[in-house]
Design a protein around this ligand. Structure first.
Ligand SMILES: Cc1cc2nc3c(=O)[nH]c(=O)nc-3n(C[C@H](O)[C@H](O)[C@H](O)COP(=O)(O)O)c2cc1C
Length: 169
């Protein structure tokens, strides 16, 4: 299905486009004073490896957003396939998300979640307003990973990547 112009683009067509894009699931975190804050985010990607720059997009209406605006650093936790409950906690509006998970502060203070497939701390560089969201761009200053399967997200559903068939060697 195609649409005639950008201005008249059908929201349903746009939704179907996004349903065809496969991502992982991250939990983006920051300390707000003494209070850990965080939300589930799949709008995460690498900007460059050298320097190690990444970006995440966060809706400005998120309750975590003010903490991210105030913070120098943020944490990005790439969820493992067995962390569906953790994804549920951070996709929610619960006021005590961190009481429901194991976490520790990273070297730069950002909350890092136990059991994640990978965890980074990012020094925030730019905050770019884009429509309803802000794009946080920053440099990875701390990185670690575990040898476990990451969680996969597509079209509103979560998957374990067990049946992924390699298309090339
Ligand atoms: C798989 C998944 C991916 C999400 N990706 C994003 C995202 O990239 N950016 C965003 O702002 N919200 C995203 N959300 C929605 C937030 O996690 C959700 O609105 C959450 O309740 C916000 O919590 P808060 O208001 O306490 O910060 C995603 C939710 C799910 C389940």
């Amino acid at each position: 299905m195609s649409t005639p112009t950008d201005r008249e683009v059908d929201p349903a067509a746009v939704r179907e486009v996004h349903r065809r894009f496969v991502t992982g699931v991250t939990v983006v975190t920051a300390m707000d004073g003494d209070v850990p804050r965080g939300l589930a985010v799949n709008a995460f990607c690498s900007v460059s490896l050298e320097p190690p720059v990444v970006m995440v997009c966060v809706q400005t209406t998120s309750s975590t957003y003010p903490a991210l605006v105030r913070a120098d650093h943020l944490g990005i936790n790439i969820l493992a396939a067995d962390q569906l409950a953790v994804a549920g906690v951070f996709a929610s509006k619960s006021t005590d998300k961190f009481a429901q998970v194991d976490w520790t502060p990273g070297a730069h203070g950002s909350p890092l979640l136990a059991g994640s497939a990978a965890r980074v701390e990012v020094e925030i560089g730019e905050r770019l307003r884009a429509a309803t969201h802000t794009v946080f761009v920053g440099r990875i200053v701390q990185a670690e990973h575990r040898d476990v399967d990451p969680m996969v997200y597509r079209a509103g559903k979560f998957f374990a990547p067990t049946d992924m068939t390699p298309l090339s060697s």
